[in-house]
Design a protein around this ligand. Structure first.
Ligand SMILES: [Zn+2]
Length: 189
């Protein structure tokens, strides 16, 4: 049976936000730790940020076994810089998941969302899937720091609104429409 994504510890750039900010300025991050549940048991991992001589920056995570070096990548955007974690497969992601003893992306670990394993043809199954979808949308919204750029909604936020509409969640869409209307009215002479 496939492992469910919801049951794996998620090491995200959001969780490490403060440390990744320090990493951008090559400030020391040493011997930090995180507590979490792994296979239902309270667990902990240690991490540091290492600045290698080749110019690369690595998040060094130690969990049970040997340390794992995770490359940190950045991309400059019109506003600010976005930081990614790089999986062993080379993919830049916002989160890596812990399965067994190492961190990898969703694809490498072959993780599945719970909703895809629930039978969608029953009323109960559909209800559970809808709930899961809403939870993911709430998570997605929490990860968007910036919804406006030059008095327009950002592409990321627009994508979020589109997914909300598809999931039948019209509240956020309606709010966004009203806000934009108010902004446009305010800008009229
Ligand atoms: Zn991967």
């Amino acid at each position: 049976m496939a492992t469910l994504i919801e049951s794996c510890f998620k090491l995200s750039t959001k969780l490490l936000r403060k440390d990744l900010e320090k990493a951008r300025f090559k400030q020391p991050v040493q011997d930090e730790y995180l507590n979490f549940l792994h296979n239902g048991k309270p667990s902990a991992l240690n991490y540091s940020i290492d600045y290698f001589i080749d110019g690369n920056t690595y998040l060094v995570v130690t969990f049970n076994t040997e340390p794992q070096n995770i490359l940190i990548a950045t991309r400059d955007l019109t506003f600010g810089t976005r930081t990614y974690l790089v999986c062993g497969c080379g993919t830049r992601v916002n989160a890596l998941y812990l399965k067994n003893t190492f961190f990898a992306c969703r694809n490498c670990h072959k993780l599945q969302y719970k909703s895809t394993t629930i039978n969608n043809s029953s009323i109960h199954g559909r209800y559970l899937n809808e709930q899961a979808k809403r939870l993911r949308l709430a998570e997605m919204r929490a990860e968007i720091d910036r919804i406006f750029y030059r008095s327009k909604y950002t592409k990321r936020f627009m994508r979020f609104l589109k997914l909300c509409a598809q999931a039948g969640l019209f509240g956020p869409v309606k709010d966004a429409t009203e806000t934009m209307k108010a902004i446009n009215n305010a800008q009229l002479p």
